[in-house]
Design a protein around this ligand. Structure first.
Ligand code: SF4
Length: 351
């Protein structure tokens, strides 16, 4: 018998199910408390339920839509990659980034990605399908359960794994509602970050949801011409219109905006590009997050040298543009930005 995913049930659904079994209503309350307050994901451990009911629940429900296939720790212990199998056999990855007391989970929102950015391994895979809200939520829940064994919890969630979140808008939004719901993980919306390559309708919709979610634009170029060369979606979404939508998001939600900029040698890393970028973002309350390109075998792109990165950053500093440089984490397990689909060599999968 195919099991129902417990997390897909509302409290009302659970009450109805318990009623159909002829059990008293308080049993549903007990189950809800075990799952969403005590975060127990095993019916056997629900000691105050009768054995017969626990068995019935085991037969009817599963706790996750995902099966953990493999877990890989980076050498520095700061990045852990999780490979999950979905009910249809497709596979996606999530990454746990450990930094001080922060436990950030980077989730995938699609299998593959339709955006096909030139520098990204997920884009090179092609697009297979959207993840359901449960499949996104279960990535966070699964990692939270693992952390819980060490007395830790997920503190932040970023939608920066495989996929363009706004091309799966409804399921991504529903997963945010699950992550922030007091009955579920109860994470504050301010601890959630969504990254988009510039899907304007998604930016506009999210600004009207009443959420204080952080927004990141994968900018990667100082002008529309270079952007079009490395991001096919740029042909549909002009840079000027994207920036207007980002400004509007900032005005409506009060959240600061981050612009991600992957530094690609000889393409967008010249000091002139840094000047152009500074002019583009002048007067905006924002941060530029520079990401020196993470090499992906088979792609003819290179990372700028340390000296070139320094020169780029000094122009930004000179123009008073807040910037950070995200040095690569987790390259040894192919978990760094843009490498998520380059998993075959590490895990032997094909989606
Ligand atoms: S960078 Fe993001 S939007 Fe572009 S192909 Fe990769 S996953 Fe998709």
């Amino acid at each position: 018998m195919k099991k129902t995913l417990l997390s897909s049930l509302s409290k009302k659904d659970l009450f109805s199910f318990i009623e159909t079994l002829g059990e008293p209503k308080f049993r549903a309350e007990q189950i809800w408390e075990w799952v969403y307050q005590k975060k127990v994901h095993s019916f056997e451990k629900m000691e105050n339920l009768p054995k017969a009911l626990r068995e019935k629940l085991c037969e009817s429900f599963s706790f996750s839509s995902l099966t953990l296939i493999k877990k890989a720790d980076s050498e520095d212990g700061e990045t852990v990659k999780f490979l999950w199998e979905l009910p249809d056999g497709k596979r996606v990855e999530s990454v746990l980034i450990i930094s001080g007391i922060r436990r950030t989970v980077c989730v995938s929102s699609q299998v593959g990605c339709p955006a096909a950015c030139a520098f990204c391994a997920s884009g090179k895979m092609g697009f297979f399908r959207n993840l359901s809200s449960a499949e996104i939520y279960d990535q966070v829940l699964g990692i939270d359960s693992i952390l819980k064994e060490k007395g830790e919890r997920v503190s932040h969630v970023v939608y920066m794994g495989m996929g363009e979140p706004f091309k799966n808008y409804d399921n991504v939004l529903e997963s945010i509602r699950l992550i922030t719901s007091e009955d579920r993980l109860g994470l504050a919306d301010r601890r959630i970050t969504v990254s988009t390559v510039g899907v304007i309708e998604g930016i506009e919709k999210l600004s009207n949801e009443g959420l204080k979610v952080n927004l990141v634009l994968s900018l990667h170029a100082p002008n529309q011409m270079i952007r079009k060369k490395i991001i096919p979606y740029a042909r549909k979404y002009p840079l000027e219109d994207i920036l207007k939508a980002m400004d509007q998001y900032h005005r409506k939600t009060g959240r600061d905006i981050t612009y991600e900029y992957t530094l690609l040698q000889g393409i967008n890393d010249h000091p002139d590009h840094a000047f152009e970028l500074s002019n583009l973002l002048k007067g905006k309350q924002c941060t530029v997050n520079l990401i020196p390109y993470n090499p992906i075998p088979g792609m003819r792109l290179s990372r700028p040298s340390g000296k070139e990165i320094k020169a780029f950053r000094s122009v930004l500093y000179g123009c008073r543009i807040n910037n950070t440089c995200r040095y690569t984490k987790g390259v040894d397990i192919a978990a760094a930005c843009g490498q998520l689909a380059y998993q075959d060599a590490k895990f032997g999968i094909s989606s």
